[in-house]
Ligand binder design. Structure first.
Ligand code: SAH
Ligand code: ZN
Length: 683
């Protein structure tokens, strides 16, 4: 069955009808869920398996039967492990129904369909009793309902309910407990992801002041999860030891605490500006604390080889659990050795932090809420982009070169500060095309703070305005753009205005190029490649489900922040397409076949994907991809302020006798951008 779904075209902004498979949403959801990566997490799988074995043996050694409850069974992995460890009964529940269905098939395939009772429900809806979902309470609970923030998926209520209604008193829980760690950090790089700075030009003169309300805002409560291990070591300073801030007893011996605030004094280990708190957690899998699973970043990870050239490559990689960054509401300077107090707050689903010293105290510790608009309108990456001084200085230079007192400027992107800057520089009039209320209130506040009068916000550009315009500008980073080429919205707009722009003499940026390169991802491919087997369990059914989801939904090419996901270049970067805005065509089409390059290196060289990025011409090349020209065979350094497009291949290929091909088409009127990248195998 096919159905029509509505889709917003990111380039034209219009809504289009699309024919989709009836099961599109469900497939999309499975394809995009982090399941595959989680199942590739061998350390996680092995530690759950061992802890389950210990729990089941312990029951048997005490002369008891082992009755296992698996909450959130997913593919059924942990239940199958329990069956293999000799559990006497197993109930597996799963709230996500497509997954529960998939689970039944996996159980069948692995020959344990009769040993495991699947309940397609949320654990909190399970009934116990003769006619219930469970005949009796369980004496072993195994569950993995944790996210990067540990409790963000509702673990607290899941455990609390299970102990009240589904488990016997002397039960064993896998995992037995958890600890959340926090470390106070100075990191000006990350601070730029949180608050907009004053905008300065190349002479460091302030062009636009950030409104005070935005500087004071407590920020967003949404967790910033990231691969902390990829943050350059030189970009942050530890101001405290890792501090264990919350202990979670999953075993039922002590009650689950849904809301708490903990104050801990510590002596600063260094002098610096405390700006953020890094957070990660550890699971104690067994009752004796022998099996520990740590999500710590490399510099404090129990298994890291600190003598290695890249210690971050010596600890297990995972994407489903990263580390989290919490922004302190205000910076606080601490002196080495001086005492400070970390205040850690937790509610049912989230965490937040404050830092105090003798002089600086808070009256209350409320969960941060954005009241300035920036944290609601703009993503963290977008804030970091606007704060990227290298970029904005270039753009400002170009503005100063082209904008005069007679200029009438049209800015096509209201989630940028360049239109305001043009007004500040002295343009006669500036029109900013923007209709989103959140962006408008930010722009209005900036205009007021900086006393800008010659600026107008419009939701449509009239012919009168177009006739008047002398300069078009557009920061090529729209808030809604996900894939790099979606910012070609500006070319679409420019193209549609072209005939009426009778006085327009300049456009910034002047052009855009789309580049691509074959790569070998160090780890990122694990979020997509087939599992085949997990700890000896056949996962082929799951693999095929994900594969069919991938072809039915449109997830072949996706956006990823590649600075968090190391890869090596496996071929020279190739310019796939160049769009010159001063000489726009209606349609573009290019294709080609390129070399994959092997270097003189005895280590196995593979290619398992492609990276694609945009380069904008703003007074020179402005890369949204590599920050330096990539060298074949070497690691690539990626721009951290934008996301790149990636295609992950279903398996890795040896470099011998391989080439790669591309096809790109771009229709400016329809706003359709299509890109195909493939390996070409030679006979
Ligand atoms: N146990 C599997 C899957 C873990 S992912 C494994 O370890 O590989 C967590 C799963 O738990 C998700 O599928 C989610 O839908 C499910 N889930 C989370 N909370 C639940 C609850 N309270 N009851 C039932 N399912 C739950
Ligand atoms: Zn805010």
């Amino acid at each position: 069955m096919k159905v029509f779904t509505q889709k917003k075209n990111p380039i034209t902004g219009t809504t289009e009808w699309d024919v989709q498979d009836e099961q599109y949403d469900y497939h999309q959801e499975i394809a995009r869920s982090a399941f595959a990566d989680m199942l590739h997490d061998t350390e996680r799988n092995k530690k759950y398996y061992r802890a389950l074995q210990l729990a089941i043996n312990k029951m048997h050694n005490e002369g008891k039967e082992a009755h296992v409850l698996d909450i959130g069974t997913g593919t059924g992995l942990l239940s199958i492990m329990a069956a293999r460890c000799g559990a006497d009964s197993i109930v597996a529940c799963e709230a996500f129904l497509p997954m529960a269905e998939c689970c039944l098939k996996i159980l069948e395939r692995n020959g344990v369909r009769d040993k495991i009772h699947v309940v397609p429900k949320r654990s909190t809806d399970i009934t116990v009793g003769e006619n219930g979902d469970m005949k009796r309470k369980a004496n072993i609970l195994v569950t993995e309902v944790f996210d990067t923030e540990l409790i963000g998926e509702g673990a607290l209520s899941t455990f609390s309910h299970a102990h009240k209604y589904l488990l016997e008193e002397d039960c064993i829980v896998v995992p037995d407990s958890a600890v959340i760690y926090a470390q106070v950090i100075e990191c000006s790089t990350l601070w730029k992801w949180n608050k907009l700075n004053d905008l300065a030009d190349a002479d460091l003169d302030v062009v636009l002041r950030t409104p005070q309300r935005m500087k004071d805002c407590a920020g967003s409560a949404a967790v910033h999860d990231l691969q902390l291990s990829q943050l350059p070591r030189s970009s942050f300073r530890e101001l405290s030891e890792p501090i264990p801030v919350f202990y979670y007893d999953w075993s039922g011996r002590t009650p689950i605490i849904f809301k708490r605030t903990v104050k801990q004094d510590f002596n600063a280990t260094d002098t610096g500006k405390a700006q953020v708190v890094f957070m990660w957690w550890e699971l104690n899998m067994d009752t004796e604390g022998k099996i520990v699973l740590s999500c710590a970043p490399w510099w404090t990870h129990p298994d890291a080889d600190l003598a290695a050239e890249r210690p971050q490559d010596t600890i297990p990689w995972r994407d489903h659990w990263m580390q989290a960054v919490y922004y302190l509401p205000q910076e606080l300077t601490v002196q080495k050795g001086a005492e400070a107090t970390l205040i850690s707050c937790q509610d049912e689903y989230s965490l937040w932090f404050f830092l105090e010293d003798e002089k600086n105290k808070y009256q209350k510790y409320p969960r941060p809420v954005c009241d300035c608009g920036v944290h609601m309108a703009l993503s963290r990456t977008h804030v970091s982009y606007l704060n990227d001084g290298k970029r904005s200085k270039r753009f400002l230079e170009q503005l100063k070169d082209t904008v005069t007192n007679n200029s009438v400027v049209l800015d096509l992107n209201g989630s940028s500060l360049m239109g305001l800057s043009a007004a500040k520089i002295g343009a006669k009039a500036v029109y900013v095309l923007e209709s989103m209320n959140l962006n408008l209130s930010i722009l209005n506040e900036y205009a007021a703070t900086n006393d800008l009068k010659n600026i107008h916000f419009v939701s449509e550009v009239s012919d009168e305005i177009l006739n008047e315009v002398t300069n078009i500008i557009c920061d090529p980073n729209f808030v809604n753009a996900i894939l790099p080429w979606e910012n070609l919205k500006l070319a679409h707009l420019f193209h549609s205005y072209k005939d009426k722009l009778i006085n327009c003499s300049s456009i910034i940026p002047e052009g855009c190029e789309i580049w691509a390169m074959p790569v070998e991802f160090q780890d990122l491919h694990k979020i997509r490649i087939p599992l085949q087997r997990c700890e000896g369990i056949d996962m082929d059914i799951f693999d095929r489900l994900v594969e069919s989801s991938r072809t039915i939904s449109d997830s072949e090419i996706e956006a990823q922040p590649l600075w968090e996901y190391p890869c090596k270049s496996r071929g020279e970067p190739v310019k796939l397409l160049a769009v010159d805005f001063t000489d726009l065509k209606s349609t573009y089409a290019t294709d080609g076949v390129e070399q994959i390059s092997k270097t003189e290196n005895p280590v196995a060289q593979l290619v398992n994907g492609f990276a694609v990025w945009a380069v904008w011409n703003i007074g020179g090349r402005q890369s949204c991809g590599p920050v330096q020209t990539p060298v074949v065979g070497e690691r690539v350094d990626w721009d951290p302020h934008t996301r790149q497009a990636v295609k992950i291949l279903e398996k890795a290929y040896e470099l011998d006798s391989l080439r790669w091909s591309y096809q790109v088409t771009f229709d400016l009127n329809k706003g359709h951008f299509d890109i195909k990248l493939d390996l070409v195998e030679e006979q």
